[in-house]
Design a binder for this molecule. Structure first.
Ligand code: DQA
Length: 144
């Protein structure tokens, strides 16, 4: 099974971006960790990141057409992008919303997600380890 791990704006800055909030793991280290975890779980994992909303929307269309499960850290788009919500709504396969930080103990504008009520589940606040947990869950439940 192939799983797409899709990351939205500013996540390419991991490691240097607000390390007290997002930790010191760089984006390339995160990609490596996801790929290794995927291989250990017998999954094909492809990790992508974009700073362009339309590109993420198109990746979600691709996942919908291919029937692929998605781990989605939409970054700030989580909080306001109806276009992204509409694209994610088209997936029949499981979608896990992921946040490195615990958005519920941060600013009030981060406490609302346009995704949470249409996704399969949400992981927040476990640092980059959340991605590995999401992949473990997908290995068990990603087929639908
Ligand atoms: C984030 C939380 C969002 O509020 C923020 O805009 C991000 C990252 C997280 O992983 O904790 O860019 O999704």
């Amino acid at each position: 099974m192939k799983v797409l791990v899709l990351n939205g704006p500013n996540l390419n800055r991991l490691g240097t971006r607000e390390p007290s909030v997002y930790g010191s793991t760089s984006y390339s280290e995160l990609v490596g960790r996801c790929e290794r975890e995927g291989a250990a779980l017998g999954l094909e994992v492809e990790v992508r990141q974009t700073n362009h909303e339309g590109e993420l929307v198109e990746w979600l269309h691709e996942a919908a057409d291919a029937g692929r499960p998605v781990v989605l850290n939409a970054g700030a788009w989580t909080h306001y992008s109806i276009a992204m919500r509409d694209a994610a709504s088209q997936l029949a396969a499981p979608v896990l919303e992921l946040h490195i930080s615990n958005v519920h103990k941060r600013e009030s504008f981060r406490q609302h997600s346009v995704l949470s009520d249409i996704v399969t589940g949400v992981i927040a606040g476990l640092g980059v380890d959340g991605y590995l947990l999401a992949l473990r869950w997908m290995a068990e439940h990603g087929e639908y």
